[in-house]
Design a protein around this ligand. Structure first.
Ligand SMILES: [Zn+2]
Length: 198
């Protein structure tokens, strides 16, 4: 049982975003996937780190620069180990730097597969709050997510938001992007008949 009618829903990315850029090998504007590997180059004390992407057509590589010509003494030794060991969490941290990637690429495809891990809503009350846990930000829109959670259309989401049935904390526009720890409060019990309780 959860306290105070607060339930946690976790948005779990199943893959890293694809990027789009010109492949120098197959000479097309095409998609690249993240290889989930770093390339670490150390020359004396000067270190370069890239995250390797591969062309979906020819496996040609593009290296996303993470650190360029940095003195090794200035990098946390734990972080160096993570680069060397291709630590997944570190790789995903960089692979989800969508704004930075957009500047270096023609586009970033954020339409990725994700899983919504729902805590069962067993509230007796007519008001529930869902707290979102959203570790890797891929630009998901709030209205799209709420429509998915409740199995309703986006226009219904907007209607319920306008009449105060669905509230966001912090108070954000429904068309904004989801942020970690966003809370969605539903005041009414219409949701009980929907997919939520299953
Ligand atoms: Zn290619």
């Amino acid at each position: 049982m959860s306290c105070n009618n607060l339930f946690t829903y976790e948005i779990i990315a199943q893959e890293t975003p694809y990027i789009k850029r010109n492949c120098s090998k197959c000479k097309t504007n095409t998609e690249f996937y993240c290889s989930e590997k770093f390339r670490v180059n150390a020359n004396q004390k000067i270190v370069d780190i890239w995250l390797i992407y591969n062309c979906i057509r020819c496996e040609g590589t593009w290296n996303y620069p993470i650190l360029s010509r940095v003195n090794i003494n200035k990098i946390d030794s734990m972080l160096i180990q993570k680069f060397m060991n291709n630590d997944k969490e570190t790789i995903w941290y960089y692979a989800f730097q969508i704004n930075k990637l957009r500047k270096l690429c023609n586009d970033v495809n954020t339409d990725i597969r994700y899983e919504l891990r729902k805590e069962r809503l067993d509230s007796q009350s007519n008001e529930v709050t869902i707290k979102l846990c959203y570790k890797y930000d891929f630009g998901l829109r709030i209205d799209k997510l709420i429509a998915e959670i409740f199995g309703i259309s986006r226009s219904k989401v907007n209607k319920l938001s306008q009449n105060g049935t669905i509230l966001l904390n912090p108070n954000m526009n429904m068309k904004s992007k989801v942020i970690d720890n966003l809370q969605i409060t539903v005041i009414d019990d219409w949701y009980k008949v929907d997919a939520l309780t299953t």
